[in-house]
Ligand binder design. Structure first.
Ligand code: MG
Length: 250
C-alpha cells in the first residue's frame, strides 16, 4: 500500500532528510586515501546522534552499521570495517539515513578517493545525472515507469548496466515502503504518481554489465564482472508544485 503523506508529515520528513543529507555530507568530506570505512561510518553515526536522530540502517534486517559503504566493484550494502582502507583512485559509495520523530530519510552518493580515472568520473557523473533525470520525471500525472525509464534510457544509452535486483522504494514511517521504484522499465507504465508520495530514488549503475553477485558475508553486492559501480539517491516528495528533493542540507 502506498501511503500519501500530509503536509505535516512532509515537514517532519524534511527534518529527518535534512539530517540524512548532513550525515552524508560529513561522511563524504571524510573520504580520503588512508581512511577506513569504519572511520567514515563512525563519523556518520556521531553526526546523526548529535542531531537527536537515530541511524535507521543500524540493525535493520540485522545490518551492523550506520552506513553501507561500498568500494569500486561493490554496488551496495558494503559493511564498514577497519580493514577496508580507502586508496588513491578508488571510488566509494556511501548510503545512509536518519530517523527523527518517527519519519525516515535516506540518501546515497559515490565519492572519488583522491584522483580517479576519467572512466570512473564518467560513471559517477552519469549515475548522478540519471538520478536528476528521474527526479524531473517524478511529477504528478506521470507514472512510476517514467522514473524508471528516465534512469534506464539515460544510462544504457551511455553504455552502462542498470542493476535490476535492487530498487528504490517508498519511504516514510518505514524506511522501506511501497512502491518499489525500479531503475528500469517502460515509460507510461506502472502506478500513477500522486501528490504526497515520498520516494527514495536510487540508481545503481555498473560500468560493465548489469549482473551482480552477493558475497559470502550475506550483505555485500558486487558487479559480476568486477567493473566499477556507482550509486546516488535522494528522498523526493511528489507535490502538485513538482518534485521536492527532501535530502538537502541547509
Ligand atoms: Mg534507499
Amino acid at each position: 500500500m502506498v501511503v500519501l503523506k500530509t503536509t505535516r508529515e512532509l515537514s517532519l520528513m524534511r527534518e529527518a532528510c535534512r539530517i540524512s543529507a548532513g550525515a552524508l555530507k560529513v561522511a563524504g568530506e571524510a573520504v580520503e586515501p588512508g581512511v577506513s570505512t569504519e572511520e567514515i561510518d563512525r563519523i556518520a553515526y556521531k553526526y546523526i546522534k548529535s542531531q537527536g536522530a537515530e541511524p535507521n540502517f543500524l540493525n535493520l534486517y540485522g545490518f551492523p552499521a550506520t552506513a553501507c559503504i561500498s568500494i569500486n566493484d561493490e554496488v551496495i550494502h558494503g559493511i564498514p570495517s577497519k580493514k577496508r582502507i580507502l586508496r588513491q583512485g578508488d571510488i566509494v559509495s556511501i548510503d545512509l539515513g536518519a530517523k527523527l520523530e518517527g519519519y525516515n530519510g535516506d540518501n546515497a552518493a559515490t565519492f572519488a578517493v583522491g584522483d580517479i580515472s576519467d572512466e570512473a568520473k564518467r560513471l559517477i557523473d552519469t549515475t548522478r545525472e540519471s538520478l536528476y533525470k528521474a527526479i524531473e520525471a517524478a511529477v504528478v500525472g506521470n507514472k512510476l515507469g517514467d522514473i524508471a525509464w528516465a534512469v534506464q534510457g539515460y544510462c544504457e544509452e551511455r553504455g552502462y548496466g542498470v542493476v535490476r535486483e535492487f530498487t528504490g522504494h517508498g519511504i516514510g514511517k518505514a524506511l522501506h515502503e511501497d512502491p518499489s521504484v525500479p531503475n528500469y522499465g517502460k515509460a507510461g507504465r506502472g502506478i500513477r504518481l500522486l501528490p504526497g508520495m515520498t520516494l527514495a530514488i536510487e540508481p545503481m549503475i555498473n560500468q560493465g554489465t548489469a549482473a551482480i553477485k552477493k558475497l559470502p558475508d550475506g550483505w555485500t553486492i558486487k558487479t559480476a564482472d568486477g567493473k566499477l559501480s556507482a550509486h546516488f539517491e535522494h528522498t523526493v516528495a511528489i507535490t502538485k508544485d513538482g518534485p521536492k528533493i527532501l535530502t538537502l542540507c541547509d
